[in-house]
Design a protein around this ligand. Structure first.
Ligand SMILES: Nc1ncnc2c1ncn2[C@@H]1O[C@H](COP(=O)(O)OP(=O)(O)OP(=O)(O)O)[C@@H](O)[C@H]1O
Ligand SMILES: [Mg+2]
Length: 327
C-alpha cells in the first residue's frame, strides 16, 4: 500500500478496496472495522475522544513535554474551544487527536480505538478530520469541486458516491454555487469553507480546527464560525476549535484552557470567563462584552460579569439602567 499525505491533514493509504459505506458496515476485511467487525460509527459511547494521561515530547532527551499528562474526554456532539497562549501545546494536542502525532505516554482513544494502533490509522483519520490555519495550503486542485472530491476519491469511493459527497459537503458550507470556480479567485473565508468541505466530504464525526479563522478578515471569520456552528447543530459533528479569538470561544459549549502543556481549566464559557484570575494567570483576554462588564465592576458598579456575548451583555446593562432609573 502506498502512503499518501496531502494538505488536508490526512494521510491515506492508497488501496484497491472500495468501501461500501451504505450502512456504515464494511464488506471488506480491511482496516475500517474494529475487532468486532463494527464500523466506529456504531460505537455508541458518549465520548468520541478520550485523552488519558497523555504526554508528548518533540525531543525526548531534552526539554519539557509539549503536552504534559493531559486527560480530557470529548463528548459526541460537543463544541469545544481550546484556548491558551502561544506555545502552550494546543496544536500538539490537536495533532494527537487523530494520530498525526502519537503519545509518548498515555493514550488517545477515538471511538474506543487507540491512535497507537497503526491498523486503525486510516479509520481514525477518517473519523477525526483536521482543518488548519492557511486555506491555501489545504486546497490542491484548480477547481473547487475537484478539490473537494480528492478525499473521497482517494478513500476508494465510486465516482457516483464521490459526487454525492462533494455535493452534500459543498451545500453544507454554502459553497455549492461556487463548485466550478477556481479556488484562487475566492475570498479567504470562501477558501476556508472549501477546505472544510474537503474534510466534510470524508464524512468525519469530529473536526479539529487549528486557528482556522486566524488568517481571515472579520467577514471571513464570521462565515467560518457560522459554518462550524451549523455543522455542530445540524449535522451533529463534534467540533474542536483552537482559537486566539475570545469571542469565538464564547460561542462554544465548553472551553479547555491550556497552559505549559497542561489543561489548567475546563468549563462553560461563563465559568471560564468569570474566573478573572485564571484569565490573567494564563495570559488570555476576555471577550469584549465581558471586559466591559469587568471594567464597570472595577469602577464600583455592582454588575453581573458573567455575560460572554453581546446579547447577554445588553440585557445586563438594560437591567442596570432600569434599576438606576427606579432608584
Ligand atoms: N515540530 C516541533 N519541533 C520541536 N518543538 C516543537 C515543534 N512544534 C512545537 N514545538 C514546541 O512545542 C511546544 C508547544 O507548541 P504548540 O505548537 O503545540 O503550541 P500552540 O499552543 O499551538 O502555540 P501557538 O498558539 O503559537 O500556535 C512549544 O514549546 C513549541 O515550541
Ligand atoms: Mg498552534
Amino acid at each position: 500500500m502506498a502512503t499518501l499525505q496531502f494538505g488536508k491533514g490526512i494521510i491515506l493509504k492508497k488501496s484497491n478496496n472500495t468501501i461500501n459505506n451504505s450502512n456504515n458496515n464494511c464488506n471488506n476485511n480491511c482496516n475500517n472495522c474494529n475487532n468486532n467487525g463494527k464500523s466506529t460509527k456504531e460505537n455508541n459511547s458518549q465520548n468520541i475522544i478520550e485523552i488519558k494521561n497523555v504526554s508528548f515530547y518533540y525531543n525526548e532527551t531534552e526539554g519539557l513535554p509539549a503536552v504534559d499528562n493531559v486527560s480530557l474526554n470529548i463528548k459526541r456532539g460537543e463544541f469545544l474551544a481550546v484556548l491558551g497562549h502561544n506555545g502552550s501545546g494546543k496544536s500538539t494536542l490537536a495533532k494527537l487527536l487523530n494520530g498525526l502525532l502519537v503519545p509518548d505516554s498515555g493514550e488517545v482513544l477515538v471511538n474506543g480505538l487507540s491512535t497507537k494502533d497503526e491498523s486503525q490509522s486510516i479509520n481514525i483519520k477518517k473519523t477525526v478530520g483536521m482543518v488548519f490555519q492557511n486555506p491555501d495550503n489545504q486546497i490542491i486542485a484548480s477547481i473547487v469541486e475537484e478539490d473537494v472530491a480528492f478525499g473521497p476519491e482517494n478513500l476508494g469511493f465510486t465516482p457516483k458516491e464521490s459526487r454525492e459527497r462533494v455535493e452534500s459537503a459543498l451545500k453544507a458550507v454554502n459553497m455549492w454555487e461556487f463548485r466550478n470556480k477556481a479556488p484562487h479567485k475566492l475570498s479567504g473565508g470562501q477558501k476556508q469553507r472549501v477546505a472544510i468541505a474537503g474534510v466534510l466530504a470524508m464524512q468525519p464525526e469530529c473536526i479539529v480546527f487549528d486557528e482556522s479563522t486566524a488568517m481571515l478578515d472579520p467577514k471571513g471569520r464570521k462565515e467560518v464560525m457560522d459554518t462550524l456552528l451549523n455543522l455542530n447543530k445540524n449535522n451533529n459533528i463534534t467540533i474542536i476549535l483552537i482559537t486566539h479569538f475570545m469571542e469565538e470561544a464564547a460561542r462554544a459549549k465548553k472551553i479547555a484552557v491550556m497552559n505549559n502543556g497542561k489543561i489548567s481549566a475546563a468549563g462553560t464559557p461563563k465559568n471560564i470567563f468569570s474566573d478573572y484570575k485564571l484569565i490573567t494567570d494564563t495570559g488570555l483576554a476576555l471577550p469584549q462584552p465581558t471586559e466591559l462588564l469587568h471594567t464597570l465592576k472595577e469602577k464600583g458598579i455592582n454588575v453581573d460579569v458573567s455575560a460572554v456575548n453581546t446579547t447577554d451583555c445588553i440585557e445586563v446593562l438594560s437591567k442596570l439602567l432600569l434599576k438606576e432609573k427606579e432608584a
